[in-house]
Ligand binder design. Structure first.
Ligand code: NAI
Length: 440
């Protein structure tokens, strides 16, 4: 099939590349000229395991192209995906300006009938707004061209995006039009293990499914973080409690790891957007409001633990921070807990040295560009002369570090662990003091 992918970010680039991998002709469109030029030159603007090689191979084969010209892309395509950002607006709702701009662009530029697939995460009712925006533009052109809107929310996880896309747990198809459903099935067929993976529903239910999934996962995280906070106060160990409850198959172990709060480009904005949509329909989503509130507080817990030991005034103190990305396997720092933690340490006068295997560039360029932080190329270099190590992102390379090296490089003896990666006993052997989440 011939596909135009509008928006070449984490989702658009992965989706476009994976569709190219199975033999489709894909043109990725983006308004960001720098990004498109880089991609044309073989430079991949994001880190995602396995993606770079696939992009280069498909580009070289000629079935993955990049352009800033949507007209050029739509000339060839018969299926057009919208995969632009839907960031959080000032009032918490999803900002649909990019989605609607893309829709208008489609209406202005399409030259034959088109299947328009909404892959961006959008509030219920957006499918209709996209339909109207395209129809209005076609009317201005006196065009009789036909199009259909399909909702196809994306569930890939950053850090494992290509693998997730290639072997999806489910493919949601929001459409009641048999022809559209068939087109989507044909596109996804190579990726599915059985036809049951296709879940077909109306557009609105598909739109809500994406928010409900993210809200559920965020709820699990805030739930275990709340239990962690209770455990600390009553003198219990959340690691043991986690084990105890996860063994119940109705609960399971996934997404009940205590930590320093969820971040990323999806959970924070999607929970807020669902709260906002609910209130627009006269319903107060009290549970989701609490999920958000618990998370906002949780992002402060690690900093508070540092202050409890080192005091309010951190002038003259040096902290090594391991991990900047909001989770391992990505360079994405949107809403990452590391941002507020590092800002707090610096604002209290501390010197901060950070190491992250992939996200330092993002930090330097965007998220921490206004504050003085030292970046190191090696996790151990960050420790030299530091009073404590603070672990924020559980990258694999932090899981079994050389504790003797840590002990020798650190000036102090504390390890603050926002992800509960280690065992107290192991650290005690090295004379290190371990402060973790949910354990007094
Ligand atoms: P992103 O910010 O990485 O990429 C969006 C891209 O769209 C940018 O490159 C931007 O320049 C481009 N763009 C904006 N307006 C445009 C227009 N009119 N025409 C062409 N390009 C345009 O965003 P990301 O992370 O890829 O997210 C996209 C959507 O997918 C969002 O709705 C998000 O919630 C959803 N999503 C994201 C996931 C993730 O893990 N990042 C997972 C599942 C869904």
């Amino acid at each position: 099939m011939k596909i135009a992918m509008i928006g070449t970010g984490y989702v658009g680039l992965v989706t476009g590349t994976c569709f190219a991998e199975t033999g489709n002709d894909v043109i990725c469109v983006d308004v960001n000229e720098k990004k498109i030029n880089e991609l044309r030159n073989g430079n991949i603007p994001i880190y995602e395991p396995g993606l770079a090689d696939m992009v280069k191979n498909n580009h070289a084969r000629g079935n993955l192209a990049f352009t800033t010209d949507i007209g050029e892309a739509l000339k060839k395509a018969n299926v057009c995906f919208i995969a632009v950002g839907t960031p959080m607006g000032e009032d918490g709702s999803a900002d649909l300006r990019y989605v609607l701009a893309a829709a208008r662009d489609i209406g202005r530029n399409m030259v034959h009938d088109m299947y328009v697939v909404d892959k961006s995460t959008v509030p219920v009712g957006t499918g209709e707004r996209v339909r109207s925006a395209i129809a209005e533009e076609l009317k201005k052109r006196n065009s009789e061209l036909k199009f259909d809107i399909i909702s196809n929310p994306e569930f890939l996880k950053e850090g494992n995006a290509c693998a997730d896309f290639m072997t999806p747990d489910r493919v949601i198809i929001g459409s009641e039009n048999p022809a559209s459903i068939e087109v989507m099935k044909e596109l996804y067929e190579p990726f599915i293990r059985s036809r049951e993976v296709f879940i077909i529903m109306d557009v609105k239910s598909a739109e809500l499914t994406k928010y409900a999934a993210n809200a559920m996962l965020a709820t699990k995280i805030s739930f275990i973080n709340e239990v962690a906070n209770i455990a600390e106060r009553v003198g219990a160990d959340v690691n043991k409690v986690r084990h105890g409850i996860g063994s119940d198959r109705r609960i399971g172990y996934s997404f009940i790891n205590p930590g320093c709060g969820y971040g990323g480009s999806c959970f924070p904005k999607d929970v807020q957007a669902l709260i906002k949509t609910s209130s627009e329909y006269g319903y107060e989503a009290e549970l989701l409001q609490s999920v958000e509130k618990v998370n906002a507080n949780q992002k402060k817990v690690l900093g508070r633990k540092v202050v409890n030991i080192f005091g309010d005034d951190l002038r003259g103190k040096v902290f090594a921070v391991w991990g900047l990305a909001f989770k391992p396997g990505t360079d994405d720092m949107r809403e990452a807990p590391s941002i507020s933690l590092i800002r707090e340490l610096v604002s209290r006068g501390a010197e901060v040295k950070v190491y992250d295997p992939k996200a330092a560039g993002m930090a330097r360029e965007f998220y921490l560009k206004d504050i003085a932080v030292t970046y190191t190329d090696n996790k151990y270099d960050a420790l030299d002369g530091a009073d404590a190590l603070v672990l924020v992102t559980e990258w694999k390379e932090f899981q079994s570090p050389d504790f003797m090296e840590i002990k020798n490089r650190l000036k102090g003896k504390y390890i603050f662990d926002g992800r509960n990666q280690y065992k107290v006993k192991t650290l005690e052997k090295f004379g290190l003091s371990y402060v973790q989440m949910g354990v007094r």
